[in-house]
Design a protein around this ligand. Structure first.
Ligand SMILES: Cc1cc2nc3c(=O)[nH]c(=O)nc-3n(C[C@H](O)[C@H](O)[C@H](O)COP(=O)(O)O)c2cc1C
Length: 206
């Protein structure tokens, strides 16, 4: 069984989402002796944001008409999308920045949202191709959005895009209100640990 572990927080060892994603991966490792883990640190090594050179996977250009830059960018996209398709479980540490996910994580999503690989267009609309995977989101945010859900584009966005790519098993570990004083922070962190304990690590895509 293969697990892809992704972090995207820029705050290094202070990061809550990095701690949560690490705890989730450790829980999965304890439950699955055969687990192969690969790791992507998008704060260190994000793909470039999409550009015309990086759009190769959306165009039918023949390989010999591509520039060296386009070939390299295609190889980056291909490596990322195959790594995702090949994974059974994907654990993603994703902080909220300006009401949504970090740009680094969006750049990764822009490389893996590929027609023909992770979704396809049909006469009845788009169909997701990622299928039987489990996605576990490790989320943190400074505020609390239950009273103002229209401002929340972090969890809702990730649920939408992975749902679009065909994943229905999406689980969420959430620390919220972590910048609203120590009481809120402790409560948010405790809730996230409770979310992790409530994940059933044996009931994941196999
Ligand atoms: C650049 C930046 C933007 C942020 N924007 C928001 C925001 O829009 N809403 C919010 O509730 N918290 C916001 N926060 C707070 C973070 O979501 C919170 O500190 C979270 O724990 C960060 O994840 P991390 O600890 O893994 O780095 C922001 C933090 C940073 C650094």
């Amino acid at each position: 069984m293969k697990l892809l572990h992704i972090d995207s927080s820029i705050t290094g060892s202070d990061s809550i989402t990095r701690r949560l994603s690490r705890d989730i991966v450790a829980q999965q490792q304890a439950a699955h002796a055969d687990l192969q883990v690969s790791y992507l640190d998008l704060a260190e090594q994000a793909p470039h944001p999409l550009s015309m050179d990086a759009l190769g996977f959306r165009m039918a250009a023949q390989d010999d008409t591509l520039s060296e830059t386009q070939r390299q960018e295609n190889a980056v996209s291909e490596a990322l999308v195959s790594q995702l398709i090949d994974s059974d479980i994907v654990v993603i540490g994703a902080p909220m920045y300006n009401f949504t996910i970090p740009a680094q994580l969006k750049s990764w999503l822009d490389r893996v949202a590929q027609a023909g690989r992770t979704f396809k267009y049909t006469e009845n609309g788009p169909v997701g191709l990622l299928g039987d995977k489990t996605i576990i989101l490790a989320l943190s945010r400074g505020g609390i959005y239950s009273a103002n859900p229209a401002m929340e584009h972090q969890e809702s966005y990730l649920r939408s895009i992975f749902g679009f790519m065909g994943v229905s098993d999406i689980r969420v570990v959430l620390a919220e209100g972590v910048n609203m004083g120590s009481d809120h922070r402790e409560r948010g962190l405790a809730q996230a640990q409770a979310d992790i304990r409530a994940l059933d690590p044996t009931a994941v895509a196999a």
